[in-house]
Design a protein around this ligand. Structure first.
Ligand code: FAD
Length: 279
């Protein structure tokens, strides 16, 4: 049960929603699927004065726009899995969505946008968005801005979204058929949070790896592969993509000091091997 009083608003026009956000700032929480927000309000860990429900505003579809795909902020993991557009053009995102735990009550209700707004470093979404060069589309009464995922995630539960901004969509460059990709994560059990994740893409002669959950924000490494194609052994490549300093490493109840640093390169290696398997 939620014990504090709050105002529930479900405007029918985006302008009204943005006015509410501009006026309330931090006191207003936008409702996604509510899988994080509602439990936290129940435990009184978060007590917004206004809950803004964008359910009448759209932003739930997945659509193509030229060489890009726009995933509406309200699109759920299941929406991504069922979207022919996402399946065809964003296979890495779909693979990540398929690995989300919690059953249909989470995957059918939790949104990719909500996860991006939450900014939990242990979640699956941040590294995928960084590796895929996604842009977060943020709207306020002042206008719309797109922010690259690498600039958007700022720290543990911290993003560059201002309190007067609503996330309306996530824009992804289409992954063409020659792009090789891999997504691998380490968890202790089927239902546990990821300990370390790795999202990898090989585009032409360039390899791009985002290491997630190991540090407060994903670490992005981009490298040009040697022209002879054989090049650096995969294990060496994985090691350089997974180097984390002790200061940066996340330490929590799931993994003590040194653990994520020790396992990171194996996780990257597995993601890179998946890329090779798709050659
Ligand atoms: C049992 C369980 C299992 C889970 N398993 C996994 C897992 O395997 N991997 C993983 O990565 N995550 C996992 N999660 C986390 C889950 O992915 C997130 O809770 C979910 O994606 C958040 O999305 P939501 O739509 O429910 O967000 P909400 O709970 O509605 O919102 C989260 C935050 O984002 C803000 N917000 C939401 N939408 C917007 C918007 N459009 N604009 C501005 N702010 C917004 C809200 O105000 C709130 O602060 C799990 C959660 C549970 C409860």
């Amino acid at each position: 049960m939620i014990r504090h009083n709050f105002e529930y608003r479900a405007p029918r026009e985006i302008e009204e929603a943005l006015q509410i956000l501009a006026g309330a700032g931090d006191d207003c929480a936008v409702l996604g699927g509510g899988t994080w927000l509602i439990p936290n309000m129940t435990f009184a860990a978060h007590q917004p004065g206004i809950v803004l429900d964008p359910k009448h505003l759209g932003f739930a579809s997945i659509s193509e726009c030229g060489g890009e795909v726009v995933v509406g902020a309200r699109a759920t993991y299941v929406d991504a899995m069922r979207s022919p557009i996402a399946v065809a053009h964003l296979p890495l995102l779909v693979s990540m969505a398929r690995g989300i735990t919690g059953g249909i009550s989470i995957t059918g209700q939790g949104t990719i946008g909500g996860s991006a707004c939450y900014g939990n470093p242990s979640s699956d979404v941040p590294a995928c968005l960084v590796a895929m060069r996604a842009r977060l589309r943020l709207r306020s009464i002042g206008g719309t801005r797109d922010l690259g995922a690498s600039d958007y995630f700022l720290g543990k539960f911290a993003t560059a979204r201002r309190s007067d901004e609503m996330l309306v969509g996530i824009v992804f460059p289409k992954m063409t058929s020659d792009v090789r990709w891999g997504y691998y994560k380490l968890k202790f059990s089927t239902g546990s949070w990821p300990i370390v994740t790795a999202a990898a893409m090989v585009v032409n002669d360039c390899v791009r790896v985002a290491l997630g959950a190991a540090t407060a924000v994903p670490i992005l490494t981009e490298m040009v592969l040697p022209a002879d194609g054989g090049g650096e052994p995969l294990a060496e490549l994985a090691k350089s993509c997974a180097s984390i300093s002790a200061d940066e490493e996340l330490v929590d109840e799931l993994a003590g000091p040194g653990y994520r640093r020790r396992v990171a390169h194996s996780i990257v290696l597995r993601a890179l091997e998946q890329c090779r398997g798709r050659e």
